[in-house]
Design a binder for this molecule. Structure first.
Ligand SMILES: [Zn+2]
Length: 183
């Protein structure tokens, strides 16, 4: 019940089409390992393990570590919420491309893509230069991670996001509604 509520937070404004294409929520007791493999340009197979606290598959389940969900709830204003993070990936992937832009009306999507690209580039430059950032530097991993991480701030530390990136904060208020966690 708690998990369903957390996962639906990002859908209050967006609506239930945000759940399109998948139905399964898998919960592991704690962080879990997944095997990764990649064949590089030279044809060499690389295999490694990743430790994850959440994962969102294209048209597959959303997977969460219960220990990490509980840690988010224990410290709800810290800017972390793995359930919201993975749901942002689900929304992002709805238009067939996981690229940091969810399906939106045309005009808004154009503005969104422009603003997110600009802020993502600026953020990456600051992280690359070794600057401390108020937003988790994981957001510099990729445009889709940037969207997922700022979504976590929208719900759990909106004042930090408003201060750091007011333009992004405004897009997220429009996407998710103005619900904010109680102080
Ligand atoms: Zn992610």
């Amino acid at each position: 019940m708690l998990l369903a509520a957390l996962c639906c937070l990002p859908l209050i404004e967006f609506g239930r089409e945000g759940l399109h294409g998948w139905s399964e929520l898998v919960v592991y007791p704690e962080a879990f390992r997944v095997q990764r493999s990649h064949i590089d340009a030279a044809g060499v197979l690389h295999e490694w393990d990743d430790e994850l606290i959440g994962e969102s598959w294209d048209s597959g389940p959303l997977i969460l570590s219960w220990a990490d969900v509980q840690a988010d709830i224990a410290d709800p204003h810290a800017g972390f919420c793995v359930a919201v993070h993975e749901m942002a990936h689900k929304l992002d992937a709805l238009d067939g491309a996981m690229d940091g832009t969810p399906p939106l009306p045309r005009e808004w999507q154009r503005q969104w893509a422009h603003d997110f690209q600009q802020h993502y580039d600026q953020f990456c430059a600051r992280v690359d230069a070794g600057h401390e950032t108020a937003i988790d530097p994981y957001a510099a991993e990729a445009p889709e991670e940037f969207f997922a991480v700022v979504s976590e701030y929208h719900f759990s530390a909106p004042h930090v996001l408003e201060q750091e990136m007011p333009v992004i904060a405004a897009h997220l208020r429009r996407l998710y509604g103005t619900f904010t966690a109680r102080e």
